[in-house]
Design a protein around this ligand. Structure first.
Ligand SMILES: [Zn+2]
Length: 282
């Protein structure tokens, strides 16, 4: 009986590894920049190995995305979850150790905010079905993967403004500990333009309870981004957008303390710091 259970667990583990690793073809693989800390992306240069879509890497249960830019040149991108505890990640192929990588600590600051509208602090029972439905839609959206040939993942900033809250901060709302900040906040006056930082397809253009007016863009290859609290949405579901296209206007819809853009970036379903896709422009 003991053998049977461990066989099932092992099969499930293998299954989830295979599901969480993808290979995409790119022109260049400069972004995301190597940022081996929780909330960043470990980027590993691989030369002289011809990866293909059957390549199976063991990345200690973490999701990974192979960015292949020539026959024998690739990068393995491993998004490191914010709650990751280990100090290293080993990459194996067929049992052989490909390399071992150190994961650094990052000290994220604390942020304490006060929200007076109690609906947004402890939403009532009648709001729960809506919140659960929108949570499910967000989960599906951020795990979207489309296998397309990609140029690169260099982004431009989606809005001009001041970073009012960085990615990863430990948040307290009315002194209660909440989830880590899964995006970057850019504060700007209501009505300021929000543009697509990278080309992609709109997979959600809707109004959510916490996020207010919200857009999700699928950039392909397991990369998805979202834009919350907009005053207006300027595109619709299914639209294709190019880098720099207007998608909405900054606002203060949903759970906010003032007008700002909440910008999230997900790689293989893992929330990561949007800054690592920018060439020092923020
Ligand atoms: Zn935010």
């Amino acid at each position: 009986m003991r053998i049977k259970i461990s066989t099932i667990v092992f099969t499930l583990f293998l299954g989830s590894c295979a599901f969480n690793q993808k290979l995409s073809l790119f022109d260049t693989c400069q972004f995301p920049i190597n940022s081996p800390y929780p909330g960043g992306v470990l980027s590993i240069d691989i030369k002289n190995i011809d990866f293909d879509s059957n390549t199976k890497l063991n990345t200690e249960g973490l999701a990974s995305s192979i960015c292949k830019y020539s026959l024998y040149q690739s990068k393995i991108f491993i998004p490191i979850p914010l709650d990751f505890k280990s100090e290293k990640v080993e990459v194996k192929q067929g049992g052989a150790l490909l390399n071992s990588n150190k994961i650094f600590d990052k000290n994220y600051r604390e942020s304490r905010i006060t929200i007076s509208n109690n609906d947004y602090v402890s939403p009532g029972e009648e709001l729960q079905p809506r919140i659960r439905r929108e949570y499910r839609l967000s989960q599906e959206a951020k795990n979207t993967y489309t296998p397309i040939k990609l140029k690169d993942w260099a982004m431009i900033e989606p809005a001009k403004g001041q970073i009012s809250s960085e990615f990863g901060v430990r948040r307290f709302i009315n002194n209660q500990p909440r989830n880590r900040h899964s995006g970057m906040d850019i504060a700007a006056p209501e009505g300021s333009e929000v543009s697509a930082p990278l080309s992609g397809e709109i997979i959600i253009a809707s109004n959510f309870f916490y996020k207010g007016n919200v857009i999700y863009i699928n950039h392909g290859g397991g990369l998805v981004s979202s834009y919350s609290h907009l005053s207006q949405i300027k595109i619709k579901n299914g639209d294709k957008v190019k880098k720099g296209d207007l998608i909405g206007l900054i606002g203060q819809t949903g759970r906010v303390t003032g007008p700002h853009l909440h910008w999230e970036v997900y790689l293989m379903g893992v929330a990561i710091n949007p800054e690592i896709f920018l060439n020092g422009s923020i």
